[in-house]
Design a protein around this ligand. Structure first.
Ligand SMILES: CC(C)(COP(=O)(O)OP(=O)(O)OC[C@H]1O[C@@H](n2cnc3c(N)ncnc32)[C@H](O)[C@@H]1OP(=O)(O)O)[C@@H](O)C(=O)NCCC(=O)NCCS
Length: 195
């Protein structure tokens, strides 16, 4: 598939210590991916939960992402095993204001709690600032999703606002917490301290 000019090619890998990010391709759209989204534990805080996500929908979403000039859908791959365990998305990028959203999930529950989510979000954040030249990155989450908030905070994001009772979560409502990270804050956290 020939898409628009992109900041990363499908062949390139963003290497972390324990995970690698590379663009999700149609070959990644398997029944296992479908099973991730159908797992209520995985999808509890994901907006995908509102409608069935059969293989055709997953393929259509990935094809859209590959063709998009403004979104980057990365596969989170465990270096140890080569296994695709989840996704992290940077986008959509607002090119006028130079910011983007980041969102993520680890579909393999066996991969939770090992620091892989944090590493994936850090790599995606580095991509956004270093490769896309963003001024700001941001994420939103359900207040109850404390693990996800911790992942973002470990990557330097700070809570900027709480939209009270904005979201439906099961049989109750929950707050929507918005976190953001600015370019100079990201630079200051780098080992070279802002170089
Ligand atoms: C949220 C998610 C990405 C976390 O990834 P992970 O790899 O398990 O998280 P990490 O191992 O990197 O943990 C990072 C920190 O969060 C904490 N944490 C992770 N899950 C937690 C949980 N369920 N409850 C409390 N703390 C949790 C860890 O203890 C760690 O903190 P510490 O270093 O201070 O001890 C993963 O659980 C997931 O994909 N969940 C389902 C989808 C989802 O909710 N996506 C986010 C939507 S906003």
């Amino acid at each position: 598939m020939t898409g628009p000019a992109r900041a990363i090619s499908p062949e390139e890998h963003l290497e972390g210590e324990r995970v690698t990010l590379r663009l999700v391709t149609l070959a990644d759209c398997t029944e296992r991916y479908v099973a991730w989204l159908a797992d209520p534990e995985v999808s509890r805080y994901l907006e995908t939960r509102w409608s069935p996500q059969p293989l055709e929908s997953v393929r259509a979403f990935v094809a859209d992402m590959l063709a998009s000039a403004h979104s980057y859908l990365f596969a989170i791959v465990r270096r140890e095993t080569g296994e695709h365990v989840g996704n992290v998305k940077v986008g959509p990028v607002d090119t006028r204001h130079a910011y983007a959203d980041v969102s993520y999930f680890l579909g393999e529950r066996s991969a939770w709690g090992k620091g892989l989510g944090t590493e994936a979000v850090q790599l995606a954040t580095d991509f956004g600032f270093a490769r896309l030249g963003l001024a700001r990155m941001q994420a939103g989450l359900y207040k109850e999703n404390v693990g996800s908030q911790r992942v973002l905070e470990k990557c330097g994001y700070v809570v900027e606002g709480v939209l009270r009772q904005k979201l439906v979560l099961g049989d109750r409502r929950d707050d929507h917490v918005v976190l953001g990270l600015l370019r100079h804050e990201w630079l200051a956290r780098r080992p070279e301290g802002g170089a």
